[in-house]
Ligand binder design. Structure first.
Ligand SMILES: [Zn+2]
Length: 74
């Protein structure tokens, strides 16, 4: 089971984080924390049998509401 968005294909991304940012340790290298790998997971939701990220979900829901408004007017 892939951890991906069904609409745009957004998935898990990798990056690095520093616990102590520049300036916090007073400019001394030995007081800075090591950089560690971090996993950024997409914010996926199940909606009508699809797995969607939050961006696609908001986009689709706004499109659905526009269709309902047009149908009500016509
Ligand atoms: Zn998406």
């Amino acid at each position: 089971m892939a951890f991906l968005c069904d609409n745009c294909g957004k998935g898990v991304q990798y990056g690095e984080i520093h616990t102590h940012h520049r300036g916090v340790a007073g400019g001394q290298w030995k007081k800075k924390a090591q950089s560690t790998r971090k996993v950024f997971k997409p914010n996926l939701h199940k909606w009508h049998g699809m797995k969607l990220c939050t961006k696609c979900l908001r986009k689709l829901k706004s499109q659905m509401s526009n269709v309902k408004i047009v149908a009500a007017v016509v």
